[in-house]
Design a protein. Structure first.
Length: 667
């Protein structure tokens, strides 16, 4: 759908909503959380600004992608896979294979490799994004070695609610979205549509041209993402709720070529000319909570998720022919179905006990154009118990335990020479126990402390076990789950009714880590349970209401990762230090100004030592209310046009601006 067509579709909706709701509040603040989609151990977690980003915060700084929204939190670092043009994050040093992504508690990560390109997940229809770090609820299910990320959708509270936007990004990008909801008492509906299109992004004027990139507009950096979502719900009683939801994402993107100077990187002399004509995801889900009485309830999540992906590799930068040996068209056609059942009882005094059962089947189907389809099927099951034990009004103990098992039901190998498909050797089942306990104490009305320890695991993905990695690796179907023991001490204080301070000391010990071992055979690597490592660090956040119209937010992250197995091999993609500061000022009621600064220390891009230097970014945003139902937002990112990278050879965007017209009718 083109931007001009989008405008014609949106403005009739705006007019209809205005005519039928002339007395609605005039604030843009969005706080309609779909509580049924949350996965929390205790309700107070929702107030923890170390671990939640709300829609209001995302909108205030124009964070259109989930990855960039998450980067606002301490303990989270923005990362990227340059060779695949994927935007990701790490949480306390753990990547997205170890910190799975959910939508309303339903897994949405890609079955094949466990990753997900967070740039494809826009924030326009979200109420909040929650991050559980280390001590995450066992109710999320398996593979949450380092935590979990949950995207929480919206739920309307009024008879008619709407909001949306139309905007421009630089001179060649467009955005638009609309959300409409209605709550009619026992029934509600929430729907949304969004469109994001960019022909390319502009590089910093400080970029020095290379053989593969001449600067200016970054070659092959286009993207288009469209999303439709809706949810229908029924609340027959105050404590019972049933909802059916649907999400359809359609994306396409280019992949800018490597433009670095690393002589050990094969892409220096043999660049990839890749494009994704489709990156599509479709999800159907049913979530319910049935309250039998005041002390017993039963919650279900059932889902079917489909993922289709096409990758085209071309001969050269014209992206027009596919005749060279390295040219191909790779097709993924995956789906996942499953569900979880959760029984909650408070029949035992002082205890809030939950018993959960999860089942998930991942089906991966792949082939290159002209080749037969190979099939891979994994089944994963979890049984878990979690309890919130109120020892006293101030002291709470939260234990949890789960048993996880993964069984491979099908794994097909393909010989491109003989054109024959055969089965990989039977790998059998792999199982693991997870256990954790947390202690939380309320010192007084203004201060609380906590201590947690959790043993978590992650099963090897289909790619970990079976991929030849374009002829450079040997499959290893017998990989065991990797393990981590996560420790945390945390403290929260509210001081003088103006300052909120939160901090956490963290330490993780990893064993059986799945790493690539080089030269298992001459010139070929293999994924093995080879690694031991320690992660340690601190994260902190300070919110200070300086004046009624002036506030300051500072957050700090330090993470140190030590490779015990082989200290000469560097961990990649995560800076040791990240500091972020945001100053928000409202000189008059209808005007808000925000200044944001971010510092990242240097990070390694390869295990052998290629790295990118530290960088500091400054961004400015402004929002002015121009009428009861409209506001105008504008901003400039990377004001000083810094030439910086998250991955060596893949420079990020230079100075860029946006202008957005927002419309709304609720607080």
């Amino acid at each position: 759908m083109k931007p001009k067509l989008l405008i014609f579709l949106l403005f009739p909706l705006i007019g209809f909503a205005q005519q039928n709701n002339p007395k609605t509040p005039d604030s843009l603040k969005i706080s309609n959380i779909f509580n049924l989609g949350e996965v929390v151990i205790t309700n107070h977690q929702n107030k923890d600004t170390l671990n939640r980003i709300t829609s209001k915060a995302m909108e205030s700084q124009n964070k259109m992608e989930v990855s960039k929204a998450l980067n606002m939190l301490p303990g989270v670092s923005l990362t990227a896979s340059g060779p695949r043009n994927e935007s990701m994050v790490s949480v306390r040093g753990f990547d997205l294979r170890q910190v799975p992504v959910y939508m309303d508690g339903i897994p949405v990560y890609v079955p094949y490799d466990g990753y997900v390109d967070l740039a494809r997940f826009t924030t326009f229809d979200l109420a909040a994004v929650d991050v559980s770090k280390g001590f995450s609820s066992v109710l999320y299910g398996p593979n949450s070695l380092g935590g979990a990320i949950n995207l929480v959708s919206r739920k309307p509270s009024k008879k008619l609610e709407y909001d949306g936007s139309l905007g421009m990004i630089n001179e060649n990008g467009y955005r638009g979205n609309v959300n409409i909801g209605s709550n009619l008492g026992k029934f509600y509906f929430q729907g949304g549509f969004s469109y994001l299109d960019r022909n390319s992004y502009r590089m910093s004027s400080n970029f020095i041209p290379t053989a593969n990139e001449n600067g200016g507009q970054r070659d092959n950096s286009y993207r288009t993402d469209q999303k439709i979502s809706f949810k229908v719900g029924w609340t027959p009683t105050e404590k019972s709720e049933y909802a059916i939801g649907y999400i359809n994402q359609q994306g396409e993107k280019g992949n800018p070529v490597y433009t670095g100077y690393d002589t050990q990187n094969s892409l220096l002399l043999k660049p990839r000319f890749w494009q994704w004509p489709n990156w599509d995801k479709e999800s159907f889900y049913f979530i319910s909570n049935s309250a039998f009485d005041d002390k017993n309830s039963f919650k279900t999540r059932l889902y079917f998720d489909r993922f289709k992906n096409t990758l085209d590799s071309y001969d050269d930068a014209t992206y027009s022919t596919q005749t060279k040996p390295y040219a191909f068209e790779s097709i993924y056609n995956d789906y996942t179905f499953g569900g979880n059942l959760e029984y909650n009882t408070k029949i035992i005094p002082k205890n809030d006990l939950k018993i959960a059962f999860h089942f998930k089947e991942d089906v991966h189907r792949e082939n290159n154009l002209g080749e037969p389809v190979r099939h891979f099927i994994d089944n994963t099951v979890l049984i878990g118990i979690e309890d919130v034990y109120k020892v006293s009004s101030k002291f709470t103990v939260i234990p949890g335990i789960s048993y996880n098992i993964r069984k491979n039901n099908e794994a097909e190998d393909y010989n491109s020479t003989t054109k024959v498909i055969s089965n990989f050797p039977d790998a059998g089942a792999s199982d693991a126990f997870n256990a954790q306990v947390g202690f939380f104490y309320q010192l007084n009305n203004q201060q609380k402390i906590g201590a947690t320890v959790s043993q978590k695991t992650r099963f090897a993905t289909i790619k970990d076990r079976y991929s030849y990695r374009m002829g450079t690796a040997i499959p290893n179907p017998d990989l065991k789950p990797e393990k981590a023991i996560n420790y945390e001490l945390n403290y929260t204080a509210n001081l003088f009714e103006k300052i909120t301070f939160q901090t956490a000391l963290i330490y993780s010990s990893l064993s059986d880590a799945i790493l690539s071992v080089s030269n298992v055979e001459p010139g070929k690597s293999q994924m093995q349970n080879f690694g031991e490592a320690d992660y340690k660090g601190i994260e902190a956040q300070l919110n200070y209401v300086v004046l009624e119209n002036l506030s300051l937010n500072l957050n700090y992250t330090y993470i140190e990762r030590k490779n015990i197995t082989n200290p000469n091999i560097h961990f990649t993609d995560v800076p040791n230090t990240k500091v972020m500061g945001t100053l928000e000022y409202s000189p008059i009621k209808i005007l808000r100004l925000i200044a944001n600064a971010e510092f990242n220390s240097l990070r390694f891009s390869t295990s052998y030592g290629a790295r990118v230097p530290d960088y500091t970014l400054l961004n400015l945003y402004g929002s002015g209310k121009i009428s009861k139902n409209f506001s105008l937002d504008a901003g400039v990112n990377n004001i000083f046009d810094r030439n910086y990278s998250l991955v060596e050879g893949y420079p990020e965007e230079g100075r860029n601006f946006f202008v957005t017209l927002r419309f709304f009718n609720f607080n």
